[in-house]
Design a protein around this ligand. Structure first.
Ligand code: ADP
Ligand code: MG
Length: 259
């Protein structure tokens, strides 16, 4: 009945570590330090999702929840030009909303649920998932409340991804506290915020970081939930050694994410 669709990142290398692109009916998370390209990826995919399938798109509309105020319509126009799409229609196919606080962020999902019933939407961007929650619940004693509200938001998200065959892409910040990093971080010293609640909600987690020169690096992380790598491992047609590379490099251009 519903078929999973894959939406390209704009970079063939990046797509290949994902098995073709970010998938519908699941929640994906990209996280990394400031300026690694999370917002640029969000813009790029907002255009690509509208393209025909043979161009890596899903022929769908896009909803964009912006919690940091970094959405730029003029970037959408530039990226549309790269793909030979009319800049005005590219912008019109993106339903943009600025989330003012975490409560509002949840309300926006309820509004979008009604929009998604049209069946036209294929991509939902949240850039970034934790920003409002971190501002609204900043005290130590508020952490349990925050995680409960966050869980409520993510349950709703997962439900929408499934029900409407939508790809959910959320960006996430990393912990900047060096003490916390030293205790909990992986070998590369970067840990996403949001704790276990967020970790379990993401089907695919990708770490973005700066590479040599203008290069950026995307690295698939094994997530506690059903990860991309687990999908490959469970595929009877492929053995563990057939696992695709975990890492890919990409660059950021006027036309968005590219090889
Ligand atoms: P993040 O959201 O992870 O903080 P961004 O997605 O905002 O990071 O990426 C910022 C980076 O994107 C900057 O290093 C900037 O140089 C680059 N960038 C932004 N616009 C362009 C462009 N038009 N051409 C090339 N690079 C760009
Ligand atoms: Mg950003």
């Amino acid at each position: 009945r519903k078929r999973v669709v894959k939406i390209s990142t704009g970079s063939k290398q990046f797509d290949s570590i994902l098995g073709g692109g970010f998938q519908s009916m699941s929640i994906s998370e990209v996280y990394g330090e400031f300026r690694c390209g999370k917002t640029q990826l969000s813009h790029t995919m907002s255009v690509i999702a509208q393209l025909p399938k043979d161009m890596g798109g899903a022929e769908g509309k896009v909803a964009y929840i912006d919690t940091e105020g970094t959405f730029r319509p003029e970037r959408i126009a530039q990226i549309a030009e790269r793909f030979g799409v009319d800049p005005d229609s590219a912008q019109e196919n993106i339903a943009y909303a600025r989330a003012l606080n975490s409560e509002h962020q949840l309300e926006l999902l309820n509004t979008l649920s009604k929009e998604f019933a049209s069946g036209e939407y294929r991509l939902l961007i949240i850039d970034s998932i934790m920003n409002c929650f971190r501002v609204d619940y900043c005290g130590r004693g508020e952490l349990a409340d925050r995680q409960q509200k966050l869980n409520q938001f993510l349950m709703k998200l997962a439900h929408m991804a499934e029900e409407f065959n939508v790809c959910v892409l959320m960006t996430n910040q990393v912990q900047s506290d060096p003490g916390a990093n030293a205790l909990f971080a992986g070998a590369d010293g970067r840990k996403p915020v949001g704790g276990h609640v967020l970790a379990h909600a993401s089907t695919t987690r990708v770490l973005l970081r700066k590479g040599r020169g203008d290069e950026r690096v995307a690295k698939i992380q094994d997530s506690p939930g059903l990860s991309t790598l687990a999908v490959f491992r469970n595929d009877p047609d492929s053995s563990f050694s057939d696992c695709p590379e975990r890492e890919a490099t990409y660059i950021i251009t006027n036309g968005g994410i590219s090889d």
